[in-house]
Design a protein. Structure first.
Length: 106
């Protein structure tokens, strides 16, 4: 998304593990959109959720990955598990953090 097209949306780019920066960015916000990437996505998710709780933000829009719920079926499921199954584990752990009680998430 181009910053000029954001209108009333506040875009924050930064270190997904820095709880202080995350907490400051979340003060007064209605919701958080987290589209995380890179190493430690599960740790980044924990930091985002902790910052949300400290800023009293309840609503989260979260992007994870295809395959963390074993939703592909048949041959594609077998291929997915064999080829990227290990890579999906941090995404599954991240989803577990998001799905824990206390958040309104999509």
């Amino acid at each position: 998304m181009h910053r000029a097209a954001c209108g009333a949306v506040r875009v924050v780019t930064g270190d997904g593990l820095d709880k202080a920066v995350l907490g400051a960015a979340m003060q007064g916000q209605d919701l958080v959109y987290a589209n995380l990437a890179g190493d430690g996505i599960d740790r980044q998710t924990k930091a985002v959720v902790a910052a949300m709780k400290s800023a009293d933000v309840q609503r989260l829009i979260f992007i994870a990955s295809l395959g963390i719920y074993v939703e592909p079926v048949g041959e594609f499921q077998q291929w997915s598990k064999a080829m990227i199954g290990e890579e999906l584990k941090p995404f599954r752990r991240a989803a577990d953090v998001v799905e824990a009680p206390g958040l309104d998430y999509t």
